[in-house]
Design a protein around this ligand. Structure first.
Ligand code: HEM
Ligand SMILES: [Cu+2]
Length: 606
């Protein structure tokens, strides 16, 4: 281990209390610094907020079941969709991604914890605080300007609700910045010996890209919101046109964050796809480097296309041209990923597990959102469908397909590792089928509604839109029902499900090399790469016959243990020229007689 790694590991250890190998349930309800506890805290909390956001969506759809505004008042309708959008984005999708990253990153890279465990806990606790604060706005004149909160609209409604909205989004944004910082440092500094960037599981590449986006763009949103707050409460005129302010500047600042936010929401699940598909298709990932580097390309391109949300905001033609082309170019790295996943499945021994089904649902739904994305990127078409239900259909395909399906794929895949128990597969299939039908029934007709001219953000509409709206509403009820088999399955399996064992899917990444759930510091010994993360069918997991022969002959060392004698042998110098650490190769080293003599030195050696 290098000195830097030792320092980070030590700060990581400082947070872990005691050496109890397993957690008690009480640990999950308090301030805890173990990344696995924090990961589950994130996931459960964000899922609870999903139920809130989903109930709000159901209320919105109930209002829209008929053309008349009869279910809630128009003001309440505005509050409902504003809170729905805000909850879904800032309290469900973004924190769920952070939850998986927290649970998985240290395990995937063979570390004991995150780089900054206490900061990690702080980042988590900002979520329930911000979330509850947001929901209290319900009891005031709620925020009514949508999750975009454009001035001057946001300056003329109920000020209390609007200010609560701003403060809670600031808290949630801070959480996301702290989390991103932690992921970045952990991935860059704490990988197991021998894990170069190109041996890293692809989820880590995705999180490097995600964290970069969060670190660059979230502070801009925060600045915009603070200035908006001044306009709202202190009577300044940054954005208020009646005092000479410029609302378009707010739009630029808002979308400089919120376009990348789409990738903050989907990139982690691109990473999930790259982990789950090869395991269940029993095939090496197709195009490792293409997938890895396309995350970086998406990150860069994602930062320079924000003004495609402002084609109708008086943006001059020459500038619209730039943003249109740059936006369309993002389809290239995204397409590379999709084709790589499909090529991974191609000819694989696909197991149609629930995790795999949700991956397929992810790809098909997300591609649909991607195609309409290229359509709305085109200026003439966007001018036509701007602020209609076509856009609502597009972003729900992206977010529901690209995030919710990904979250479920990840849960079905890693639940055994997280809880030590298996989820029930037949109920997983029921859950999948209901979700797929519900999502398409809800969001598909919205394309047609948009093309016919139905505007978004209205509680009342022309009766000619009634039929399709009823279909959407029925779809949304099916979606609401679809979560029930999942909730029951998750709770029941967590308590009583069959025991999972360490590696139920026969995965090759490091998280499967430890117990389920993993002990407090994850691995008994600093893990050593025995295979590349995706070498299915290339070499068998564990040492090959030849490797066993070499281990017995004292030539090859694996898992930090010399097999023939069981003597603990350090395996800790990634720069050792005798290490051949390419993907798929078994690490090789000549034993160093000095270190071998003293197993206690293992952690301190460099
Ligand atoms: C669970 C099923 C869902 C249903 C039935 C649903 C339905 C709706 C409806 C009817 C609107 C109002 C559109 C408008 O009036 O402009 C809306 C807005 C929105 N939804 Fe969803 N939605 C669902 C899930 C999601 C998810 C998973 C996300 C993920 C991030 C999401 C994000 C948004 C956003 C950002 C808005 C815009 C809010 C605004 O304009 O202020 N929705 N949704
Ligand atoms: Cu965008």
């Amino acid at each position: 281990m290098t000195t830097a790694q030792v320092d980070f590991q030590e700060s990581a250890n400082a947070g872990a209390e005691g050496h109890d190998p397993q957690r008690k349930w009480q640990d999950y309800f308090g301030f805890n610094t173990d990344h696995k506890v924090i990961g589950l805290q994130y996931l459960v909390t964000s899922f609870l907020f999903y139920l809130v956001g989903g109930s709000l969506a159901t209320a919105v759809r109930t209002e829209l079941a008929t053309p008349d505004p009869d279910f809630v008042s128009p003001e309440m309708y505005n509050t409902l969709f504003t809170l729905h959008g805000t909850v879904m984005i800032f309290l469900w999708i973004v924190p769920a991604g952070a939850g998986f990253a927290n649970f998985l990153i240290p395990l995937l890279i063979g570390a004991k914890d995150m780089a900054f465990p206490r900061l990690n806990a702080v980042a988590f606790w900002l979520i329930p605080v911000g979330g509850i604060l947001l929901l209290t706005s319900f009891f005031t004149t709620g925020p009514q300007a949508g999750w975009t909160s454009y001035p001057p609209l946001s300056l003329i409604g109920g000020k209390v609700g609007e200010e609560i909205w701003i403060l809670s989004v600031l808290l949630l944004g801070s959480s996301s910045i702290l989390g991103a910082l932690n992921f970045m440092v952990t991935i860059l500094k704490m990988r197991a010996p021998g894990m170069g960037f190109n041996q890293m599981p692809l989820f880590c590449w995705a999180m490097i890209a995600t964290s970069t986006l969060a670190l660059v763009s979230t502070p801009v949103l925060a600045s915009a919101l603070i200035l908006l707050s001044f306009d709202l409460l202190a009577g300044t005129n940054f954005f208020n046109p009646t005092g000479g302010g410029d609302p378009i500047v707010y739009q630029h600042m808002f979308w400089f964050y919120s376009h990348p936010a789409v990738y903050i929401m989907v990139l982690p699940f691109f990473g999930v796809m790259s982990e789950v598909i090869p395991v269940h298709a029993r095939k090496p990932i197709f195009g490792y480097k293409a997938i890895a580097y396309s995350s970086l390309a998406i990150c860069f391109l994602g930062l320079i296309v924000w003004a495609h949300h402002m084609f109708t905001s008086g943006t001059p033609g020459w500038l619209r041209m730039f943003f249109m082309i740059a936006t369309m170019v993002i389809a290239v790295p995204t397409g590379i990923k999709v084709f790589s996943w499909l090529a991974t499945m191609w000819g694989g021994k696909i197991r149609l597990t629930s995790a795999m089904l949700f991956c397929m649902g992810f790809i098909s739904t997300f591609v649909m959102g991607g195609v309409t994305g290229v359509m709305v990127a085109s200026v003439p078409f966007d001018i036509h469908v701007h602020d209609t239900y076509f856009v609502v259909a597009h972003f729900h395909y992206v977010l529901f397909g690209g995030s919710v399906f990904g979250i479920y794929a990840a849960i079905y895949h890693w639940f055994p590792k997280m809880t030590g128990r298996m989820l029930n597969e037949p109920w997983g299939v029921v859950h999948f089928v209901l979700t797929l039908i519900g999502a398409n029934l809800t969001f598909m007709p919205m394309h047609a509604l948009g093309l016919m001219g139905m505007p978004r953000r209205v509680a009342m509409y022309d009766p000619k839109f009634a039929g399709l709206n009823m279909v959407c509403t029925v779809g949304s009820y099916i979606l609401a029902v679809s979560t029930l088999p999942f909730i029951v399955n998750a709770i029941w399996s967590w308590m009583k499900g069959p025991k999972a064992g360490n590696n139920p899917w026969q995965g090759l990444t490091l998280e499967w090399m430890t117990s389920s759930p993993p002990p407090i510091e994850n691995f008994e010994k600093t893990p050593v790469l025995a295979t590349g993360p995706y070498d299915y069918g290339v070499i068998k997991p564990g040492p090959s016959k030849r490797a066993i022969a070499e281990i017995d002959a004292g030539l090859l060392w694996q898992g930090g243990v010399k097999r023939s004698t069981g003597v603990d042998v350090p395996f800790d110098n990634p720069n050792d020229p005798n290490l051949a650490a390419g993907p798929g190769s078994i690490l090789r080293a000549q034993p160093d007689p000095n270190v071998a003599a003293n197993p206690e030195q293992r952690d301190g050696e460099s």
